[in-house]
Write a protein of this length. Structure first.
Length: 218
């Protein structure tokens, strides 16, 4: 009975790894679309969100099946509960990648009012945060989860830089306003992706400790 349960947990982890990979692809393509002003890639990202939604449902069904069949307790129960929460955050990241691409569709034929420097950096950091969160879950690595949580400050700082630069451009020329707001929304979506990636790491902590707090003095 236990061996069957352990097999189900392995399958669950494999499915979570797969969904994490899908999310990294979504962030990557959303970033590529905005940087290269590529309508085809933007549309692919929007369409791909449906596959992410389906994967979330598959994992949710698997979790519920395990809960009903095995009636896990203690850490096993926390682990499955954490997965249910993690797939919700992953799905929302997929939504935000699609949102970024929808804005990109309106910018493909525009000349950018500034070089896109910090937005791609936000994309890179958030992709790594998602990857490391999933890795920390699979490897039971609380130190890696802690590193992810700390990196959210990096994303927030990049967002503040983008916001300050765009506000300055609006002050210099009001005609920059519409595009500046679009770019600010894109940066904000990446900032939210960072928040969700942080949530992922916090759920890893919960699965081990029963609390979201990794840092004992907080």
């Amino acid at each position: 009975m236990r061996s069957r349960f352990e097999e189900q947990l392995r399958n669950l982890k494999d499915a979570l790894i797969e969904m994490g990979g899908m999310i990294v692809r979504a962030i990557t393509s959303a970033s590529k679309a905005i940087i290269e002003q590529d309508m085809v890639v933007a549309q692919w990202t929007i369409d791909f969100d449906l596959e992410i939604d389906q994967k979330e449902k598959e994992i949710e069904d698997l979790c519920l099946k395990i809960l009903l069949q095995q009636q896990p307790v203690a850490r096993d129960l926390r682990l499955i509960s954490a997965v249910l929460k993690m797939i919700t955050d992953l799905e929302r990241i997929g939504d935000q990648a699609a949102d970024i691409s929808e804005i990109t569709m309106h910018l493909v034929d525009k000349t950018y009012i500034k070089k896109l420097e910090h937005i791609p950096q936000m994309a890179e950091v958030t992709m790594q945060m998602v990857t490391d969160s999933i890795e920390s879950f699979v490897r039971d690595d609380l130190d890696l989860a802690r590193q992810v949580i700390k990196r959210d400050d990096e994303v927030d700082e990049l967002f503040n830089i983008v916001k300050t630069e765009l506000i300055s451009l609006i002050h210099k020329d009001a005609n920059n306003g519409d595009q500046a707001l679009d770019l600010l929304m894109i940066a904000k979506y990446f900032e939210r992706i960072g928040d969700h990636a942080t949530n992922l790491a916090e759920w890893v902590v919960f699965s081990h400790t029963g609390t979201h707090k990794y840092f004992p003095n907080e």
